[in-house]
Every structure is written in structure tokens, then in C-alpha cells.
Design a protein around this ligand. Structure first.
Ligand code: 13P
Ligand code: SF4
Length: 393
């Protein structure tokens, strides 16, 4: 008899059935979910929302599926959603259609009596998982040994776990998003001589080099899987920006070849990418900015403008559908959704809303008080410095 090998923790996690050690995300989804084939799902979601009325506020990130985003009271990029969560003190329940780190931030930014729900706990972010607190503490110890810790200001991208945000708050740093990374990095350099940028090396490099005018040589990459991050003390001392070796697996797919290929295929195309893309892709593109910036750019473009867009596919498909007079193509020929964003589907949304109607708060995201306090410092610094418009080229 052959015994099938046990599924790996990662496979279980992707099925929403287990936790991955050292992950910011997901465990079992305990729900008795309605079948995806139930034709009444849309009606059930509507009815549950109506029954909850003003007690409920639904936030939806731009990468969410159409079937889910239609129920969002507000849609936005991660910065806007953080602002919106902070601005809803009257909502008893915030249902976050996005990923785990966004729901954690919403919990930190709302009052203790407000309950934040993530419809599927396995909706995490592989980039956020690339920086784990004990790794970051080891990195900081190496900074201390190299004699630079006093001058380093940590900045963490919103796409990080609450305990990384708390670490950042404790060490005089701030959170940033793709729409305010430039302002956050300028702020950091007003306070220190070096920046540790977590966990997205591409956003960090793109911001440092393209927006602040630093050179590629000013940036080094700290690889947490190598002794001393793979860097000597002299390299650490010479760097201006120390980039954490994290990346987005969705935006990391776009290559220079994708840009060259689409320019040959679509004459006059405007290549529009998210700053989580690699440096060489962003350099080759025409425009770069957050998801809000991408949407605004397409909306405001003249009819007939052709776009090739390098960001998550749910958003690109929606832009193609909403602006039929502006031909929109996906930058990569191989299409790719963010698998964890896609975990929030209509059955999970209906289940979480109907549970709230039945006074059963499921999949609540609760950040412990000490982490919450320190992470709030870093989030508040971001909100204070970044109340302007979204950025982009
Ligand atoms: P923004 O929402 O800041 O554009 O970031 C995109 C993203 O990858 C969120 O996970
Ligand atoms: Fe994380 Fe990338 Fe998905 Fe955003 S698109 S949630 S950064 S894996």
C-alpha cells in the first residue's frame, strides 16, 4: 500500500486549513461556508449588510475580486483604507476585504470596542512573511555591533506584520505605503543618517534612487538567511539605505522583457507599473505609482490611450472593463492574481456577515495591547506626514 505524503504546511495554508509557523497570516477557517454555487449568495450578502446597517463598515482593497468589491463601502489602496478605518469611530464592525496586515492595521487604528473581521484568515501576504521579528532584532543587533544603530531610522512598508510595525515605532521609525514612501524616506533622513527599509527591497530601492536621487551603490540588501545579513560592518557603515531582502511575488513577475515585448506589440502604449516592481522594470516604464495612482491615471487619460499595466490582475481586469475606450492590457503575458487577496470570496464574505447578524464575531483580528501601542506610534507618524495626494511620476 502506498501512503500519500502529508501535505506540507504551505499547501495546507494555501487551502486555508492550517497555520504556517513564523507567518503573519492564517489558520483554520472555522466557518460553515455556503457553497460557491449557491445562486442566492449576492442576495444573502445584501440582506446581511442591510440587517447590520450602520453597525457595519466594509473596506475593500483594489486587488479584491469583483464579487467581493461590489459590497465594499469604500475601496482604496492600503493608505486610503488605513485612513478610512481610522475615520469610522461609529462602526461596530469593520469587515476588511483585503489581507491580514491590513486588517491588523485597521484594528490598531480603531477604538478597542470596534471589532475588525477578516473573512478568511488565510488571506495573508507572502511579502509580509519575509520579515519576522526575531530576524529584524538580529539585524538591529548587527547594526549595534557595527556602531550604526544610533543613526538608523527604520521604515516599514504597510505590508508587514503588526510586530514589525511595533519594532519600527519603538526605534523611532514610521510606516509607509506605496503612495507616501518618498515623503516617509525624506522624513527618515531628516532624523537619521541611514534608513532600514522593510520588507520590500524594490519599493525601498525605487524610492531611494528614483525619488531621492541616491545611487544604486548607496543601497545594500540585508538577507536575513545569511550570517550578518550577507554584509560586512564596513558595507553597513557605508550604505545610506539598508534594504530588507523581501519582495512581492506578484509584482516580481514583471520583467524588462515584458516591457520590451508590449512596446513592440502595442505601438504608443503607456506602461504603467506599481513601485513594488523591480527597479529595471520601473525604470523602463512610463509611469509608476500606487494602485490609487494607477486608477486615477487611467481614468484621467484621453480616450484611445493604450495602457500596459503592471499590477495585480483583478485591478487590471476591472480597469479594462470600466474604461473600454482606453485599451488596457496586462503587462505580463502570463496572467497572475494575488492568491491570498483572492482568498476573500463571496462565500467567506457571506459567512462572516451572516455570522455578525447572528451576533457571532468570526475571524476577529486582535492585536495584543503592547504591540498595538508601539505599532500605533509608527502608523500615526505615517498618517501625520502623509496627508497629501497620492504620488506618482
Ligand atoms: P497599495 O495598496 O499601497 O497600492 O499596495 C499594493 C499592495 O500590494 C497591497 O498588498
Ligand atoms: Fe502581498 Fe504582493 Fe499580494 Fe500585495 S500583491 S498582498 S504585496 S503578495
Amino acid at each position: 500500500m502506498t501512503i500519500a505524503p502529508a501535505p506540507s504546511p504551505v499547501a495546507l495554508l494555501l487551502m486555508g486549513r492550517d497555520a504556517l509557523a513564523r507567518s503573519e497570516r492564517g489558520t483554520v477557517c472555522p466557518g460553515d461556508l455556503p457553497p460557491a454555487s449557491d445562486p442566492a449568495l449576492v442576495e444573502r450578502a445584501r440582506a446581511a449588510k442591510a440587517a447590520l446597517g450602520d453597525r457595519l463598515f466594509v473596506l475593500g482593497h483594489h486587488y479584491q475580486r469583483d464579487e467581493v468589491i461590489q459590497f465594499a463601502d469604500v475601496t482604496g489602496d492600503s493608505f486610503r483604507l488605513a485612513q478610512e478605518a481610522a475615520a469610522r469611530p461609529d462602526a461596530e464592525f469593520i469587515v476588511f476585504c483585503g489581507v491580514h496586515f491590513m486588517a491588523e492595521s485597521a484594528d490598531i487604528l480603531t477604538a478597542p470596542h470596534q471589532r475588525v473581521v477578516l473573512p478568511d484568515l488565510a488571506a495573508g501576504c507572502s511579502m509580509a512573511d519575509m520579515a519576522v521579528l526575531d530576524q529584524v532584532e538580529d539585524c538591529w543587533d548587527a547594526f549595534t555591533e557595527a556602531g550604526i544603530a544610533g543613526g538608523v531610522v527604520p521604515l516599514t512598508y504597510m505590508n508587514s506584520s503588526a510586530d514589525i510595525k511595533a519594532f519600527t515605532g519603538r526605534h523611532g521609525g514610521a510606516v509607509c505605503t506605496s503612495s507616501n514612501a518618498r515623503r516617509a524616506m525624506e522624513w527618515a533622513f531628516e532624523r537619521g543618517s541611514q534608513v532600514l527599509f522593510l520588507p520590500d527591497q524594490h519599493l525601498g530601492r525605487n524610492t531611494a534612487v528614483r525619488e531621492l536621487g541616491l545611487s544604486l551603490e548607496d543601497c545594500v540588501v540585508w538577507n536575513p538567511r545569511r550570517p550578518n545579513g550577507g554584509l560586512s560592518a564596513a558595507q553597513l557603515r557605508a550604505a545610506k539605505v539598508i534594504l530588507w531582502a523581501g519582495h512581492c511575488s506578484v509584482h516580481g513577475r514583471f520583467t524588462l522583457d515584458c516591457v520590451t515585448e508590449v512596446r513592440a506589440r502595442v505601438p504608443g502604449v503607456t506602461v504603467l507599473v506599481h513601485p513594488e516592481c523591480r527597479y529595471e522594470v520601473v525604470e523602463a516604464a512610463d509611469l509608476v505609482g500606487s494602485t490609487e495612482f494607477i486608477i486615477r491615471t487611467v481614468r484621467e487619460a484621453a480616450p484611445g490611450t493604450a495602457f500596459a499595466i503592471g499590477t495585480e490582475l483583478n485591478l487590471v481586469n476591472r480597469l479594462a472593463r470600466d474604461f473600454p475606450d482606453k485599451p488596457v492590457t496586462y503587462l505580463d503575458k502570463t496572467v497572475c492574481f494575488c492568491s491570498t487577496m483572492n482568498r476573500i470570496d463571496l462565500p467567506h464574505l457571506v459567512w462572516s456577515l451572516e455570522s455578525l447578524v447572528a451576533d457571532n464575531v468570526v475571524n476577529e483580528i486582535v492585536v495584543d495591547p503592547a504591540t498595538r501601542r508601539d505599532a500605533r506610534v509608527a502608523l500615526d507618524r505615517m498618517l501625520a506626514l502623509a496627508d497629501g495626494p497620492v504620488t506618482g511620476d
